[in-house]
Design a protein around this ligand. Structure first.
Ligand SMILES: *[C@@H]1O[C@H](CO)[C@@H](O)[C@H](O)[C@H]1NC(C)=O
Ligand SMILES: *[C@@H]1O[C@H](CO)[C@@H](O)[C@H](O)[C@H]1NC(C)=O
Ligand SMILES: *[C@@H]1O[C@H](CO)[C@@H](O)[C@H](O)[C@H]1NC(C)=O
Ligand SMILES: *[C@@H]1O[C@H](CO)[C@@H](O)[C@H](O)[C@H]1NC(C)=O
Ligand SMILES: *[C@@H]1O[C@H](CO)[C@@H](O)[C@H](O)[C@H]1NC(C)=O
Length: 437
């Protein structure tokens, strides 16, 4: 190295040294300045903006309570209904903290904890944490705490939804509770969503835990189209979720990926946005047999049952392991897309007379208080209608459900083929647009 080069190196070194030194001081002072400044933008008065939680699931300090969302609910009394997940015996009390006129006006209200009846043996279940709304307050934000003496600076703050109930803008919203594991049934997902669209869905809400990269691409496409709304559902970072619905089948902390909590959240989230909410899975389609779409199906059903709020559709399993002998819709272009092609599965299991049927539902959300998967647990005076299977069915293309039924006893029923013209074109378009072929 030349003498000159050495000087440059030393100079550069000194320059970098001074630079990093000043930037250290500058950073230190601005952070201090920022943290002072951060105290200024307040939410109403008692809470700070940076306390506002953006997560779908928030753990409280007791470690046994998990908050999903608070919803304003004045259908009978004026309460804030906080959809939560709660340990059925460890949680002794919860308190709602409201922020009203100013920072010395923060009523702390004892919550009523209503754990839903369908807990299926798991220690954690969905709960409604109910707090009477303080008078003359109309809070926009609130917090929840396991004791009466919270440290205000550490409280998680939630925005209270549903205060402003307008006329619903949508007719039909589909709630898909919990997409989990490496979900990669791309073809069937696209076929289902395109069927929902043909039948009248304007929105599909997906509570998403995990899925494959290809599936992400499909979801992104639908989100950009405005069709799908994704709610992140990281239940497994907080609790050990079971892969089954009953504790005896896989004894973990909460049933089936917290499905019931997601369904309840979806009902309240869409209560004043959508006239009807469908609670189904991605392999299920509520299929009208006499009507062209859900709108005319619901007109028919409500004509027969005025004021009804819950409609239950009989589950019919189309075995995805049994293929039709000849399928007119077996496209080479779809062969590289992972997942089930519902056109190929036209063999249906007969339903056992008198046996419990896993019916799925279309509900009027404002009539529902608490929902389970196959029935509504609490509702306002509104009839639950079991829809006859000659009017509409739940088309459920999945693995064998009735192991007692041999292949020979299955019923051939290519009901889905009726939709071939529109469905095939739409599925093709989506698979092209998302670069999935
Ligand atoms: C909750 O869990 C955290 C982290 O594991 C722990 O530090 C804290 O003490 C626990 N709180 C209670 C009330 O058990
Ligand atoms: C409930 O609140 C909404 C909006 O704040 C209001 O329009 C409605 O009249 C209230 N309903 C009852 C029963 O108080
Ligand atoms: C805060 O609001 C409460 C209730 O409206 C009122 O009684 C109290 O005087 C207010 N305090 C201040 C400091 O403005
Ligand atoms: C679909 O087509 C492929 C290739 O022609 C064939 O191997 C497959 O058996 C067909 N499937 C059905 C169910 O017809
Ligand atoms: C395909 O759809 C058309 C038009 O909707 C219908 O006429 C035809 O019968 C369908 N094909 C099959 C095999 O069902």
């Amino acid at each position: 190295m030349s003498k000159y080069g050495g000087k440059v190196a030393a100079g550069t070194f000194l320059f970098i040294f001074v630079l990093s030194f000043t930037s250290y001081y500058w950073k230190k002072n601005t952070t201090e300045y920022d943290s002072r400044k951060n105290k200024q933008p307040k939410l109403h008065d008692c809470f700070h903006r940076d306390q506002l939680t953006g997560d779908t699931i928030t753990r409280l300090k007791d470690n046994y309570s998990f908050i999903i969302n608070p919803y304003f609910d004045n259908r009978t009394r004026t309460v804030i209904r906080v959809i939560s997940i709660i340990h059925f015996e460890k949680v002794k009390g919860l308190y709602c903290v409201f922020c009203c006129q100013n920072d010395s006006d923060f009523p702390i209200v004892t919550a009523e904890i209503d754990i839903h009846a369908d807990r299926f043996g798991f220690p954690y279940g969905t709960a409604d944490v109910l707090c009477l709304e303080p008078q003359n307050c109309s809070p926009k934000y609130m917090s929840i705490h396991p004791s009466r003496d919270p440290d205000f600076a550490q409280l998680p703050v939630f925005e209270i939804k549903n205060r402003h109930s307008g006329e619903p803008l949508l007719d039909f919203t589909v709630c898909i509770s919990t997409m989990f594991g490496g979900f990669n049934n791309v073809l069937q997902f696209v076929q289902s969503v395109e069927m929902y669209k043909i039948l009248g869905a304007q929105k599909v809400v997906v509570y998403k835990n995990k899925c494959s990269l290809l599936m992400e691409r499909v979801l992104e496409h639908y989100v950009s189209e405005g069709m799908v709304e994704i709610i992140q559902w990281p239940i497994d970072t907080y609790l050990k979720p079971s892969t089954h619905w009953h504790h005896s089948m896989d004894p973990q902390e909460i049933g089936y990926y917290g499905q019931i909590a997601a369904l309840n959240d979806c009902i309240y989230r869409n209560m004043y946005r959508s006239n009807y909410v469908l609670l189904i899975d991605t392999d299920e389609i509520i299929l009208p047999l006499k009507d062209a779409d859900w709108k005319s199906l619901m007109e028919r059903l409500e004509g027969d049952h005025p004021g009804a709020g819950v409609f239950l559709f009989e589950n019919h399993v189309f075995r995805n392991s049994v293929f039709a002998a000849t399928v007119p819709f077996n496209f080479s272009s779809w062969r590289n897309v992972p997942g089930v092609n519902i056109f190929q599965h036209t063999f249906r299991e007969p339903n056992k007379k008198g046996a419990f049927n896993n019916r799925k539902m279309v509900v009027r959300p404002e009539k529902v208080v608490q929902t389970s998967v196959h029935s509504v647990l609490k509702k306002y005076e509104a009839e639950s209608v079991s829809v006859s299977s000659d009017v509409a069915i739940l088309h459920h293309c999945r693995r064998t459900e009735r192991v007692d039924v041999p292949k020979e006893a299955l019923i051939q029923d290519p009901v889905i083929w009726k939709y071939n013209a529109s469905l095939i074109a739409n599925v093709d378009r989506v698979l092209h647009e998302c670069n999935c072929l």
